[in-house]
Design a protein around this ligand. Structure first.
Ligand code: ZN
Length: 488
């Protein structure tokens, strides 16, 4: 039986359309999902939308429309962007889905209650709507939420609390022993130091009147709505049917092999979520991968700065694969990365037009002119050794989630082929064997590109007249229009 692989993105607030930072996470997740499918694993790739948040209520009020209208409209845009970015998700979960999502959230709540981890108490605190979380004095910077640079709201009410403090030692051990593995190391250490500084119980409900009735009701209490993070995190299991009549998918795919998230939500995923699962007696996810943020022109992406880039517009202008390529190649996924149109166009021209596009065009033009050998599975050792070296580097960096380095390795093979052409002069009749070797190398490049640039990979193998999975490759060149025409 094939190994299963369950991978998720965080679900995005449906208060606004996706921006390029959201696209980054979807693309990273997609690359991993495609890679694991190529390994022959049974992949389930989930993404979705967080629709019960208070900020959705606020955004709808601002626009003068109903919350339902707002989230429906944005979810349509989410799905459009996902399609244009060629994201291969198997499912999309909406947290307003009363049939698929709500029963699982209620079940999870009741399991935690049964474990004795839910209790009621009066509470005064500072609430940041942007974070959808209570902040403590030590979280604030100059009285402001460091994430949103806005003052938190003073809230005083009676809520249900989750006994997080009970799980402090257990979480610390699980993360330290990497039973729950947090990637990269730097983020793992941040999470551990937060745990060691002391975990306090946290509120997992809100008064109905403060949420304006929007959200999932607390089982057995009409006055309270389930806290949006408790609700949102549950998506990872409700999408698999947890709490429904049919839990087959849940039994098959849970625990998640990996959750892909941004650094701003690491506390919720690496502390709250595993604690809730421990309480409910559910297995923990294996890994949490935490990526950095995308900035635009060196600044945080924000509506007030007016630097939001719509991935839909970017794809329409440049194409899907150039957008995927830039976001995967330009910076390490572990650090913050910056987008500027200048950097984007430079990267496009140097790597895609002059690098990959030029090589493909050059080799195919030569192959059309010379009688090349078809059906070669053997190529000479010089090029074979380089392919072998690159494949090794590819696997290693992929498994370390260093997507930018994996792409660098592929581009080393591209440069190698350019140098090989200069050296072998395959346009001379006596050297035409070199063309078959180059066609072979292009096939390998097409194969290696598959998880990253799926359309480009297909275009290359189509022009070579081969199916990548059907070996030995028998080339039948059909040259089409150039890949990645140069941008002016
Ligand atoms: Zn905040």
């Amino acid at each position: 039986m094939a190994k299963k692989f369950y991978i998720t993105t965080a679900i995005d607030y449906a208060n606004a359309p996706l921006h390029l930072g959201h696209a980054l996470e979807k693309i990273q997740t997609d690359v991993l999902a495609r890679y694991h499918r190529l390994l022959g694993e049974e992949v389930f790739f989930l993404t979705g939308s967080d629709e019960n948040a208070q900020k959705n209520v606020e955004a709808a009020k601002e626009k003068g429309i109903s919350v339902k209208e707002l989230v429906d409209k944005n979810v349509l845009l989410f799905k459009k962007a996902i399609k244009l970015l060629n994201i291969s998700n198997d499912d999309f979960i909406r947290t307003t889905d009363k049939k698929r999502h709500w029963p699982g959230v209620a079940k999870l709540w009741k399991e935690c209650e049964k474990a004795g981890d839910v209790y009621k108490k009066s509470y005064k605190g500072l609430y940041c709507i942007g974070c959808e979380a209570f902040l403590t004095a030590r979280d604030l910077k100059d009285g402001l939420c460091p994430e949103h640079l806005t003052p938190p709201e003073r809230v005083s009410e009676e809520n249900y609390f989750f006994r997080l403090s009970k799980y402090q030692k257990k979480l610390e051990n699980l993360i330290e022993q990497e039973k729950l593995k947090i990637i990269p190391e730097k983020r793992k250490n941040e999470v551990l130091s937060f745990i060691k500084s002391g975990l306090e119980d946290f509120s997992i409900s809100r008064l109905v009147k403060r949420t304006k009735g929007w959200g999932i009701p607390v089982p057995g209490d009409k006055e309270q709505i389930i806290y949006v993070w408790f609700d949102a995190l549950s998506n990872y299991i409700t999408a698999l049917g947890y709490g429904s009549e049919n839990e087959t998918k849940f039994a098959k795919y849970w625990p998640a092999d990996i959750h892909i998230i941004g650094k701003g939500v690491s506390r919720f995923h690496a502390i709250y979520w595993p604690a809730i699962l421990l309480s409910a007696g559910i297995e923990l996810p294996e890994k949490i991968f935490i990526h950095g943020y995308l900035t635009v022109n060196g600044q945080k992406i924000s509506k007030s700065l007016g630097n939001i880039i719509d991935p839909i517009e970017l794809v329409k202008k440049y194409g899907t694969d150039p957008v995927r390529y830039f976001l995967l190649r330009e910076f390490s996924p572990f650090t913050d990365g910056d987008f500027t149109y200048k950097k984007f166009e430079e990267r496009y021209n140097s790597d895609l037009a002059k690098g990959l596009g030029n090589l493909v065009g050059r080799v195919l033009t030569m192959a059309e002119k010379v009688q090349y050998e078809t059906g070669s599975t053997e190529c000479e050792s010089e090029i074979k050794d380089e392919i072998k070296r690159v494949k090794k580097e590819y696997k290693k960096t992929f498994e370390e989630f260093k997507f930018n380095e994996t792409l660098i390795a592929i581009w080393e093979l591209i440069s190698f082929c350019d140098r090989y052409i200069e050296k072998k002069r395959p346009w001379e009749e006596k050297n035409k064997k070199a063309i078959t070797n180059l066609l072979f190398a292009l096939s390998e490049i097409s194969q290696l590109l598959k998880p990253f640039l799926p359309e480009t990979s297909k275009t290359i193998s189509n022009q070579l007249g081969i199916k990548l999975e059907e070996k030995p490759w028998k080339f039948k060149i059909k040259k089409e229009k150039a890949l990645f025409p140069r941008l002016k």
